[in-house]
Ligand binder design. Sequence first.
Ligand code: AMP
Length: 216
Amino acid sequence: MRVVFLGPPGAGKGTQAARIARLRGVPHLSTGEMLRRAVREGTPVGLQAKGHMERGALVPDDMVDRLVAERLALPDAGRGFLLDGYPRNPAQARALEQVLARRHGPLDRVVYVHVDDDTLVERIAGRRGCPKCGAVFHVAARPPKKPGFCDSCGSALVQRADDAEAVVRDRLRVYHDNTAGLVRYYEERGLLGRVDGNLPIDEVTHAVEAVLGSAA
Ligand code: AMP
């Protein structure tokens, strides 16, 4: 299964992609996660990406395209993959199409998780993540058992610097400017399945499964 998860920051696409990846046994590839790791490790990509990410802007296409092409070349992606946060604009979608034509096969489905902006800001401001194992929580909607600490590995949870409200508003503007065109792009290719991301988390997973049913 070769699937793209599309939607604004905070729509829950990362959570859903992680769940589906576990259920279906394919890797969950989040470009945001890859870039944050590169920044933490101080790699050349990380050093270039850092400033863009802190401003809530997109990292240049060629950098992200290369990162994804390299990741898709690893053997585990041969079984399929769930892309989360990529592509972010039609140019990246065309770059992905070229990589897939060379190595894999066409996309099976694009899952579009949509949520309104005010709900997104509320959700993102309460989001806390585990810097060690990557688990994601929410202070109100999905609290960890012990406040401030990861259920899976016990590490202290942190708020991403770009989850601060002012940066979130910028990220949403960037999303609307760049990514909304992608919905049309994939709709025209008959790949798009819409999911209401305002629903409770388990219902969203059912809706995602329904969209993916025919792509299994
Ligand atoms: P995310 O975790 O998907 O919200 O991504 C966090 C940040 O990483 C974004 O605000 C961008 O700065 C950068 N980023 C992630 N994916 C991409 C992409 N496909 N293209 C450009 N920048 C990206």
